[in-house]
Ligand binder design. Structure first.
Ligand SMILES: [Mg+2]
Ligand SMILES: [Zn+2]
Length: 346
């Protein structure tokens, strides 16, 4: 038994005791799959924020859900053993969800560290602050990345002998699009008739541009009009068949449409802000969600994206202030959003 690797129940007890002794407990989560110097520097910085550093390690299941089926390279057991041998690390505990909110609720750390890409508005912030903790943003470790390492290995293999039996498959990434208010004008509400459906100005040319990239293009749309009895799934299919035909005429490729037919009180896992449709697409297409994007005009699109580790682009009005969440990017329309994606966020 490795004394640093703990089960969730054990770590909760340990942290409680440590806090009673006046120790400051720091948490930091990640997959820590192929370690590099950037990880070590981040772990050093995380440890320096308090007395005890507990690493919340994404389980194999969790890594697969957000990075696609080619990840992780090392199993959770191996990753935990390697991490536990690092001096800065006091404890390692696995978690199974796509983000660590549930385990953070139980552990209640004094400080939770996060990478600089999400900033202070990270998805964990709410649960950490509710329990009196603080978020610490770690310095960006330039020049170190696992994907950079993997492509260096792949390149040197290709340059070398042909007995290369390691396959580095290209990552599959997606752009998720909301429908109403993003692709078509959301007026009248609960659109279900072809005559009422008007594309947003510039949407078709934006989607045409996007169709030339290697992103899967996936529509994820809440259609509670079905639960409310305004139309049925047959009406929706008819509208979507027409929409796809119009788009195809304009050289737009849509790889799949996911819709949620439920209402706000049905408590289904698919209605945005829940990430169900995005996670299902992740499984269906083997996506690396952390390299994917979501574009939408509603705060629910942004929350759903964040819950699934997807980069978010909000169209139109600002996020409701009380949510204390910001999208990664904020734009006027779908064309601006597509330009950001084409420039890979720059
Ligand atoms: Mg919308
Ligand atoms: Zn649903």
């Amino acid at each position: 038994m490795n004394p640093k690797i703990k089960r969730q129940g054990e770590i909760v007890e340990i942290v409680k005791n440590l806090k009673e002794q006046g120790k400051k407990v720091v948490t930091y989560n990640g997959s820590f799959d192929i370690l590099h110097l950037g990880h070590i520097k981040s772990l050093e910085e995380a440890k320096a924020q308090g007395d005890i550093l507990a690493i919340l390690l994404n389980s194999d299941n969790s890594v697969q859900k957000y990075k696609g089926p080619n990840h992780p390279v090392n199993s959770e057991k191996e990753r935990a053993e390697v991490l536990s041998a690092i001096g800065h690390v006091d404890y390692v505990v696995h978690f199974d969800e796509i983000n660590p909110k549930e385990i953070l609720k139980k552990i209640k750390p004094d400080i939770h560290c996060n990478g600089s890409d999400w900033g202070k508005n990270c998805v964990e912030r709410g649960v950490v602050e509710e329990n009196g903790g603080k978020i610490h943003i770690l310095k960006w470790q330039q020049g170190f990345s696992t994907s950079g390492l993997m492509s260096r290995v792949a390149e040197s293999r290709q340059a070398g002998q042909k007995t290369n039996n390691i396959h580095f498959k290209p990552e599959v990434k997606a752009v998720f699009l909301d429908r109403d208010g993003t692709i078509n004008i959301n007026e009248p509400e609960y659109i279900h008739k072809i005559d009422d459906f008007k594309f947003v100005l510039g949407a078709i040319s934006a989607l045409k541009k996007l169709s030339k990239t290697d992103h899967k293009i996936i529509i994820a749309t809440n259609q509670s009009g079905i639960a409310r009895g305004y139309y049925n799934e047959k009406d929706l299919k008819k509208l979507h068949d027409w929409m796809l035909k119009e788009l195809r005429k304009n050289e737009v490729r849509i790889d799949k449409i996911y819709y949620c037919p439920h209402g706000p009180n049905d408590n289904c896992p698919c209605r945005k802000p829940k990430p169900g449709m995005l996670l299902k697409a992740g499984e269906d297409f083997g996506l690396n969600l952390s390299k994917s994007w979501i574009v939408g005009d509603d705060f629910r699109d942004i929350i759903a994206g964040r819950e699934a580790n997807i980069k978010t682009i909000k169209i139109g009005k600002k996020m409701p202030v009380d949510l204390k969440l910001e999208p990664n990017y904020h734009v006027k329309n779908i064309l601006d959003a597509v330009n950001i994606i084409l420039n890979n966020g720059k």
